[in-house]
Design a protein around this ligand. Structure first.
Ligand SMILES: O=P(O)(O)O[C@H]1O[C@H](CO)[C@@H](O)[C@H]1O
Ligand SMILES: [Mn+2]
Ligand SMILES: [Mn+2]
Length: 396
């Protein structure tokens, strides 16, 4: 069996990006700062003490990140990669991993209030019939729902907000407003933000009846534009291979180059879904998984202890993953950008990402620092015997 399993630990950066300063992120280091906080006893909520990631460390995480606790002889291919795409957002990171860097500038909404052009909101209101909007500014999704959720239920007006990413996010109550109605509204909004070059419209349904009880549900849906060129996923599908997308991978690629989508509510359910996909994948197939909680539940929330606990929970499950691999399989663990939970604000941070490769029979060695995430996708292509793309080089 020659299969590939590609895992994105969403936002698990390791610092050190050469262009971090241009993003206001010089010194940001998601892994390093979480580890430092844990070592200093500052991340003892729901967990305790130094960050314990024995399996990721055995694969070479410490060496990839340049930390002292690295083993002499990592068991996997270990290295780091920098991003050449102009944004530090999720689609840019994933598309570059899949061989297609984003070399154009996305459209962004300004930090002024209101952030959205009045004409855009008027068009969306006309087409969707909503009575108006709330929010209309940059915000943290959980905070703005706590602040405006009750008013949204009362008034029937959904909450529109954005961030440092190229996004229009729409939060509305799953039952009072209605989930299908929210999805339809996002479809309308998608059409109207196309001319503004906005990467994603994101439906953010929530449940609960008051600020204290509101919670976002797993029914988030991202409406992405298509990648600018054919990705690794398209190459795989064109060659008759199966691409099984775990979590939000399907949405991120606008469902292009995807054979099957499997979802899960939270990292542990996603891990289960990934193990199931590995059981079902055949020779030459690709399983591509995104673990979203690191970013959305902890990185953006600036929750250091929560992020650390999520890393440790993920690491504890890796033996199940190792056991699911078969001779000939290549597994790669990486990330799409940083989201340092110790950093000011609530946005992503420009960082290098770890690249850890392993599989039965793959000997450990350093692959150095890769200048583009595209080297990851090209390595998968080489492993699966797919045509090489033009933006990266295989490290196999
Ligand atoms: O604060 P929340 O709603 O989690 O928003 C985050 O999620 C968006 C999509 O990943 C990002 O743009 C970021 O701002
Ligand atoms: Mn991401
Ligand atoms: Mn994010």
């Amino acid at each position: 069996m020659r299969r590939a399993i590609l895992i994105v630990m969403d936002s698990f950066g390791i610092g050190g990006a050469v262009d971090a300063e241009a993003f206001g992120d010089a010194g940001a280091d998601t892994f390093g700062h979480i580890a430092a906080a844990c070592a200093a006893g500052q991340a003892d909520i729901g967990r305790r003490g130094p960050l314990a990631l024995p399996h990721l460390e055995a694969l070479g995480l410490g060496r990839a990140a340049g930390t002292a606790s690295a083993p002499e002889q990592p068991e996997g291919l270990w290295g780091s990669a920098g991003e050449v795409s102009r944004g530090k957002d999720t689609p840019s990171g994933h598309w570059e991993i899949a061989g297609v860097p984003v070399t154009f500038d996305w459209g962004y909404f300004p930090t002024e209030i209101p952030t959205f052009p009045a004409s855009l909101i008027a068009e969306i209101m006309d087409d969707s019939g909503i009575p108006g909007i709330l929010g209309d500014r940059h915000a943290s999704g959980t905070e703005i729902i706590a602040e405006l959720g009750e008013e949204s239920i009362r008034s029937g007006k959904p909450i529109f907000y954005t961030s440092g990413d190229s996004v229009l996010q729409i939060a509305a109550h799953e039952t009072h407003f209605g989930l299908e109605r929210l999805f339809a509204l996002c479809g309308v909004a998608r059409k109207h933000v196309d001319p503004l070059n906005i990467g994603r419209v994101i439906a953010r349904p929530f449940l609960g009846e008051s600020a204290e009880s509101f919670r976002r549900t797993a029914n988030r849906r991202d409406y992405s534009v298509l990648p600018p060129e054919a990705t690794l996923l398209d190459r795989a599908v064109a060659a008759g291979r199966k691409v099984i997308a775990i979590g939000k991978i399907g949405d991120i690629f606008a469902h292009q180059g995807i054979s099957e989508v499997r979802k899960g509510d939270g990292n542990m359910a996603l891990f289960d879904a990934m193990l199931g996909a590995i059981r079902d994948a055949g020779d030459g197939d690709l399983v591509f998984a995104n673990f979203v909680d690191f970013d959305s539940a902890f990185g953006h929330r600036r929750d250091v202890a929560g992020y650390a606990a999520a890393l440790e929970a993920f690491d504890r499950r890796l033996p199940e993953f190792f056991a699911a691999l078969q001779p000939g399989d290549l597994a790669l663990i990486t990330a799409d950008h940083g989201c340092d939970p110790t950093w000011p604000g609530t946005d992503h941070t420009r960082e290098n990402v770890p690249v850890l490769g392993f599989g039965p029979g793959i000997a450990g060695r350093g692959i150095g620092h890769r200048k583009t995430f595209a080297d990851i996708g090209e390595s998968v292509a080489a492993h699966l015997g797919l045509p090489q793309g033009k933006h990266g080089t295989s490290f196999l």
